[in-house]
Write a protein that binds this ligand. Structure first.
Ligand code: NAD
Length: 319
């Protein structure tokens, strides 16, 4: 078994690798070649969440699990709030193949999922990127979005405004002007990414203009919510996986309240394999409910392991 520690990941997996791996994963899911196992997610108290995301990709030859969660007190200890590790197994024998640090991989695969949705669903001429949220993931989201559209400026809102300058610094690195705005000014955005751990909707339907693409990435647990259910009711809704979207994703609220039918949600893989046209008009609001599936984790971890083996990196242990 190869151990690939967290510290090696940045040199092994690029955002471009993550984009390609996640896109291939969503397509494999749509073709029925890969599926996720039910998510286990437990509240540990004090806002801590812990759980397991796992799956099997027959085409890619990946079987495995990501174990980890969200520990909100970590930031004060100099650690990021998300902590996770990915374990890969031989799908034929069940033998352990690798243990891979999952923190950077989580950020890369989450930003890649959002970017895949922007690439496929946002209007080609999108110029203004809005970000709701300014935590650890937000900078990754901004960088990944900027790879798939030629944005001219970025606007940001966060419940804790003191966190926004860090996001502004990422925009500056990319050569994009950044402005902190109030939520109604999100109407200026062509693409909006939401990436908060909010328990209640911040972004309302009135804050979003026709033709906008939204990537709702923060809601990945029962009880979290970033946007008003009316937004989903008025949008063409896509998801990484419908089963997760309606249980732990943003759609849990819209479907739960009857504002949106589960059958109206399209897996984004259907767009990738050409079974769904995606955006149908310039005025349509498209919304991607990105809940984060285990197969995304396995796909990027497999890239890390393959690269580490090629380069003789990582720690080989007999198990
Ligand atoms: P973080 O702890 O670094 O940042 C949290 C963000 O949420 C900050 O912007 C903070 O200001 C905001 N926030 C906190 N409490 C809030 C509240 N009550 N109302 C509104 N905003 C609030 O977290 P992070 O690592 O940036 O992750 C952000 C969210 O994304 C989390 O909910 C996390 O679970 C989720 N996430 C989803 C995926 C996925 O695949 N969909 C992957 C990773 C993280």
């Amino acid at each position: 078994m190869l151990i690939v520690p967290e510290a090696l990941i940045a040199s092994l997996v690029s955002p471009e690798d993550a984009f390609a791996a996640v896109e291939a994963t969503f397509a494999a899911m749509a073709r029925g070649e890969a599926y996720n196992f039910p998510v286990v997610r437990e509240a540990l108290g004090g806002g801590r969440q812990y759980g397991f995301k796992s799956g099997l990709d027959r085409a890619g030859g990946q079987l495995g699990v990501k174990a980890g969660g969200y520990f909100p007190g970590n930031a004060e200890k100099g650690l990021i709030n998300h902590q996770s590790s990915v374990f890969l197994f031989d799908p034929e024998t069940g033998r352990p193949q690798a243990m891979v640090g999952g923190n950077l991989l989580t950020a890369l695969r989450t930003a890649a999922a959002s970017a895949v949705s922007i690439d496929r669903l946002a209007r080609p001429e999108a110029k203004v990127l809005g970000i709701v949220g300014a935590g650890h993931q937000a900078g990754f989201q901004l960088r990944a979005a900027a790879r798939v559209r030629r944005f001219e400026r970025v606007i940001g809102w966060n419940l804790h405004p003191e966190m926004l300058p860090r996001l502004g610094a990422v925009a500056a690195e990319l050569g994009l002007p950044f402005e902190a705005v109030d939520l109604p000014r999100m109407r200026e955005a062509d693409v909006i990414v939401t990436i908060t751990s909010s328990p209640a909707a911040s972004l309302m339907a009135a804050h979003v203009s026709p033709g906008t693409h939204l990537a709702c990435m923060g809601t990945d647990t029962v009880g979290k919510q970033e946007v008003e259910p009316a937004l989903l009711a008025g949008a063409s809704v896509f998801a990484d996986e419908v089963a997760q979207s309606v249980t732990i994703g943003e759609a849990q609220h819209a479907v739960g309240s009857g504002a949106l039918a589960e059958a109206a949600i399209t897996p984004i893989g259907q767009v990738l394999v050409g079974a769904h046209p995606g955006r149908r008009s310039a005025g349509e609001i498209t919304l991607f409910d990105g809940t984060g599936v285990g197969l995304q984790d396995l796909a990027v971890a497999a890239v890390a392991v393959a690269r580490a083996r090629e380069r003789g990196m990582g720690i080989e242990v007999r198990v």
